[in-house]
Structure formats: C-alpha cells, structure tokens
Design a protein around this ligand. Structure first.
Ligand code: AMP
Ligand code: MG
Length: 348
C-alpha cells in the first residue's frame, strides 16, 4: 500500500512539469540572427514565461540597431555616411569602451566592415585581391574617434573612388563580433529584475550567460563542441552561478578555395582570416557576455600562445583547439565558481 502511494506521488510530480521550482521553463526562438534559447527557473510558470518573453523583446531591442545585415538598422544608416561626424549607433559606445578596458584593440577592430564585405561570406564567397584588402584596410584605419559630442567619422585616406560613400570599399563599423554578447547581457538583466525568475541561462549557441544558481544546487553545464565534429563535446564548463562563455570558430562562417579555408575572423593587421586556431572558447564567472564575446574573437586572432597567456594573466578560463586539432585548456582560478572538464562525449 505504501508503495502505491509513493508511485502515485511520483506520477503527480512528473505530470506537473514547469510548476515545481526545480523544473525549468525552456523557450527557443529565432533572435539575433540565430536561435536563442532561454532556460529559466521559478515557482510560477506563467510568470516565468512572461519574463522570458520580455527578455526576448529586450534582446531584439539591443541587437537590431547593430545589425549590419539589416539595411534599415542604425548601424547601416551610420555606415552610409562614414565621412560625416555622427553620433555612434546605440550601445556602440559600450562595445568601444569594453575593447579598451580589455586591452585587445590590436586584435578586435570594430571597423573591419570594408574588409569583411570583400570576402562576401554570405554571397559570392570570393578570395579578395591583395591590393583590394590593402585598400579596404586603409578605410578601416581611417576612423577617427572624437569627443563623444562630435561623434565618429572616417578620414578619406586615398582618392580611390571605391572608398567614396557607397563605394564597395567604403569604411564602416561592424560590431558583429560583440553584439550578441551585449544583447545577452541586457536580456539577463531583464530576467534578474523580474522576481518570478530565480535562476536562468541564455544561449545563442556561440555565447552563453548564466544568472544565479540552479535551485537543486547543481552547476550549469555548457558543452563545447569539436570544431570538426559537431556531434562530439570536447569540454564541459560548469558555472555555479553568474558567468559568461563565448566561442569563436573557423567553422561558423567560411568557404574553401584552393585548399584553404577562408573564415570570418579576420586579423586586423593584414585583413586575412586569422590562422592557428580552429576554435577558441573563453569563460569567466566575472565576465559579462559582452566581455566574453569580444575576448573570444580577439584571442582567436592573437593565436594560441598569446591567448593562453592572456587567460592566465586575467584569470579567465580558456579552451583552444589549435590548427592541428590539439586542445589546450587554461582552467579558471580555484574558487572562482567555474570549472572546465575535458571530455570527449558523443552527443548523437
Ligand atoms: P565572433 O563569432 O564573435 O568571433 O564574431 C565574428 C564576427 O566579427 C565576424 O563575422 C565579423 O563580423 C566580425 N569580425 C571579424 N574579425 C573581427 C575582428 N578582428 N575584430 C572584430 N570583429 C571582427
Ligand atoms: Mg565574439
């Protein structure tokens, strides 16, 4: 008789998913040009769902002005008049400040739009001529940052008509290497401000932020995929509470030509796809999503050696797969609330 009662109780618990505080609500939607998923805990499922809707709305509000692929966005409007001093697009200042604070301006350039466009990753996928890359870099290098009230503008450094406004190599801002992390931060703050949510995780695939500790006390587990076999997880990062993680990879946007892989993470010093790394993941309990997004791109460009040194010096965790397929791990500092476990788990 006792056994039956226990069995009935179990069924009752299973039949009430989302109502118990230890069952999360999970919602995945198209956002930020990809699929974003939010996992959130709270007692009141309906209120948690409303909080998730609000977080998605905030995410869209932050991401939309910085979308260079959307012709009507604020950043596209800015890029139409690059030689005129204009106020920065919304939130671009946050990105520029974070690049300075993280001291990665050599590797993370928000002005590479002229160079990125040459490769046309989403369209014709062409290997640019060296001279065109050099000219596009001239455009990227022309941006002058004045006092905030005077805005930002580029100086025409070469009389080539392709650098004129509207020309194929005209200067432009591209904050695509940071915008997702920034939008996830704002979405997380929206969830934090909502009393219905006790803990949450937001992931855009390449970037993830966590909010608070899971109610059952277990860690948030974020798997890092093998850059050449997506069914394999090479490492798992565990977060006890707040944290952020971003991965940059040579497999996320690329084409092959002449036996070479041309991918979307460009070295600002020469305009070529950065070599030496297949994927780089950075994670930290005190990093914001914006910081981790900037760092994954910047440290990818700097290469395995400089990246591991930066991670060790700044107390952030790092998982790098180099161009020979070797995995290098810099663990998070002891007691930082973050663990990295090397793994090799088939997910299929
Ligand atoms: P992520 O996937 O975060 O590493 O961002 C890659 C995107 O950032 C690319 O698709 C470009 O739009 C842009 N990008 C490429 N190279 C750089 C760079 N060196 N610095 C800043 N943004 C870059
Ligand atoms: Mg990034």
């Amino acid at each position: 008789m006792r056994r039956i009662t226990a069995a009935l109780l179990l069924i009752a618990l299973i039949a009430l998913p989302g109502c118990a505080a230890d069952e999360p609500v999970v919602v995945s939607r198209e956002a930020l040009g990809t699929v974003v998923s939010i996992t959130a805990y709270g007692e009141d499922e309906a209120a948690v769902r409303t909080a998730i809707d609000d977080a998605f709305a905030v995410m869209a509000e932050i991401g939309a002005p910085l979308d260079v692929y959307e012709p009507l966005s604020d950043i596209s409007a800015f890029n139409e008049r690059p030689y005129t001093a204009q106020p920065l697009p919304p939130y671009a200042r946050d990105v520029l400040d974070a690049i300075d604070e993280l001291e990665v301006a050599d590797a993370f350039s928000p002005a590479l739009y002229s160079v990125t466009r040459l490769y046309d990753f989403e369209g014709a996928q062409t290997v640019p001529a060296e001279a065109d890359i050099a000219l596009a870099l001239t455009a990227a290098d022309g941006f002058v940052q004045q006092e905030p009230e005077h805005g930002l503008f580029a100086r025409l450094k070469d009389p080539d008509p392709r650098l004129e406004p509207g020309g194929s190599l005209a200067p432009g801002l591209d904050l695509g290497g940071a915008a997702k992390g920034l939008a996830l931060d704002f979405a997380r703050e929206s969830l934090r401000a909502n009393d219905a949510v006790t803990a949450a995780l937001i992931s855009s695939g390449s970037s993830t932020v966590t909010l608070g500790a899971k109610p059952d006390g277990s860690v948030w587990r974020v798997g890092i995929e093998d850059p050449r076999d997506f069914s394999r997880v090479i490492a798992v990062v565990g977060f006890e509470g707040d944290g952020a993680l971003s991965t940059s990879g040579d497999y996320q946007r690329y084409f092959e030509a002449g036996g070479e892989r041309y991918h979307h993470i460009l070295d600002p010093t020469n305009g070529l796809p950065a070599r030496g790394v297949r994927s780089l993941t950075v994670a930290g309990s005190s990093l914001s999503g914006l910081d981790s997004d900037i760092l994954s791109t910047a440290l990818f460009v700097r290469g395995p050696e400089r990246a591991t040194r930066y991670a060790a010096e700044h107390g952030v965790a790092l998982v790098v797969v180099d161009d020979e397929g070797r995995t290098l791990v810099v663990p998070a500092p002891e007691g930082s609330g973050l663990t990295v476990a090397e793994d090799s788990v088939e997910t299929d």
